[in-house]
Ligand binder design. Structure first.
Ligand SMILES: Cc1ncc(COP(=O)(O)O)c(C=O)c1O
Length: 451
């Protein structure tokens, strides 16, 4: 096709999208989306044939990489048999998927309620925790995102929620994060007394353990800034839960399915939660799906009691078939081992980049869930854009993001965070390619460093 035709085709596609569809988390004017025609492995291609290295696996969900035909084939096979059954009917794919999840999750997490996304997994985790314990309050972290539906959004501390409902759903209590780079208690990880844990203990006592159904924690922090937990943090939170009779819910929506170099991030921390709420990597984004996997004890509680919840698309056969195949792909292609190996390589190379770019304040990564934190000054740690930055405070970071796009990278830039979470099939050469692009873009931020 001649270049001029291709260009006008792209413009037409973009224009239809801008004229007839709404974009989340954005003003509708001034949006400049990439019109993606196809995708393969770690690359996206637009209608003009420009290639983008996908350094955030879409929204940290396309863990197996793009365009894997095994998933397409599994989906087609399922659709040829049956595309939809109600959640009260069963299919081979649903049972097979439930069995596999029981196998790969830690401890005795044995039964799964299938949902349609991460937020619906979280909403159902909150319901199940309340039904099972008869208690109402839930403790969660301020710097956490759990989804954009009412309960999940309130459970998170992401300030985007304040725009739509300053009142929020009742019963959610928030605690400070173990944000070691900017410790709220001005401590160093090597010498602190885990004030982040005693803080939670005090909140439990103030709120009354007899009222607290659950503590909700991301298995590993994601879009709030990959705020890595100190190594013993989740274990200590688990111990608090056991001591006070509180359930531990791990939100593994982003951190699950190999993202951290293990099946689940709670495996990294050696912790068995009472429930795992997950989504994203379960189908690697090929179809929407979420899951709430509960302990044997919770599952048995509902043997003779009604599970008061439901979704039209719970255990959708086609999504289940996609997930069954995706889980096989993780194993057949050794993707989780590769994530751990490439994560170590990324850590080394990011350290090298840090030596070259004074704007890099911190790099935090687990497996392939990482972030560069960009600062104006390494000594004061003044961020290049503040928490909850307003548009006029994003000038420098917007320039960095624009440069990344120009040089052919798709990734997630938020406030002063630049995320690195490529598909788990990435190679060393592709990591080098991505870090070279990031290095190029960060020279823009270096010019604003004040030390
Ligand atoms: C940790 C975490 N929990 C929950 C969600 C919500 O998932 P969804 O957008 O599928 O509702 C997300 C989405 O990014 C997430 O990162």
């Amino acid at each position: 096709m001649p270049a001029s035709n291709t260009l006008s085709e792209t413009q037409e596609i973009v224009q239809d999208n801008l004229d007839y569809t709404l974009f989340s988390w954005s003003k509708q004017h001034g949006i400049n989306p990439i019109a993606v025609q196809r995708a393969e492995g770690v690359y996206l291609y637009d209608y003009d044939g420009k290639r983008y290295l996908d350094f955030s696996s879409g929204l940290m969900n396309v863990n197996i990489g793009h365009g894997n035909q095994r998933v397409t084939d599994a989906v087609v096979r399922q659709m040829q048999e049956v595309s939809y059954v109600t959640p009260s009917c069963v299919t081979r794919a649903r049972g097979e998927l439930g069995k596999k999840l029981a196998e790969i999750t830690p401890g005795r997490l044995t039964k799964t309620l299938f949902t349609v996304c991460g937020a619906t997994a979280i909403e159902n985790a909150l319901k199940v925790a309340r039904l099972y314990t008869g208690k109402h309050k839930v403790i969660a972290r301020y710097r956490a995102y759990h989804g954009s539906s009412y309960g999940a959004m309130t459970a998170g501390g992401d300030p985007r929620k304040l725009q739509t409902d300053a009142q929020q759903a009742p019963g959610m209590i928030h605690v400070e994060d173990p944000y070691c780079y900017r410790c709220p208690w001005n401590q160093e990880m090597s010498s602190c007394n885990r004030e982040c844990v005693s803080h939670i203990q005090r909140i439990i006592e103030f709120e009354g353990p007899e009222n607290i159904a659950a503590i909700l924690m991301e298995g590993e922090s994601g879009s709030s800034g990959c705020i890595k937990y100190p190594p013993d943090y989740l274990k200590k939170v688990r111990a608090l839960c056991d001591r006070y009779g509180i359930l531990l819910i791990a939100d593994e929506v982003m951190s699950g399915f190999g993202r951290t170099g293990k099946w689940f991030a709670c495996d990294v921390h050696g912790v068995v939660p009472d429930m795992i709420a997950t989504a994203k990597g379960i189908t690697a984004g090929y179809l929407p799906m979420g899951a709430l996997i509960v302990s044997d004890a919770i599952a048995r509680y509902f043997d003779d009691r009604v599970l008061w919840t439901g979704l039209t698309y719970s255990a959708h056969p086609v999504a289940c078939a996609a997930a069954v195949e995706v889980l096989k792909i993780y194993e057949d292609e050794n993707l989780i081992e590769n994530a751990a190996r490439m994560g170590r390589y990324l850590d080394e190379q990011a350290e090298r980049l840090r030596a070259e770019h004074p704007c890099i304040g911190d790099f935090r990564n687990t497996g392939l869930l990482g972030v560069f934190e960009i600062v104006k000054n390494r000594s004061t740690k003044e961020p290049m854009a503040p928490f909850n930055a307003k548009p006029d405070e994003m000038t420098v970071m917007n320039k960095v993001a624009a440069r990344l796009k120009e040089v052919g990278m798709y990734t997630f830039v938020r406030w002063n965070y630049l995320f690195v979470a490529p598909p788990l099939c990435i190679t060393r050469e592709q990591i080098d390619e991505g870090l070279a692009m990031i290095g190029d873009a960060l020279t823009i931020a270096d010019a604003y460093v004040t030390e």
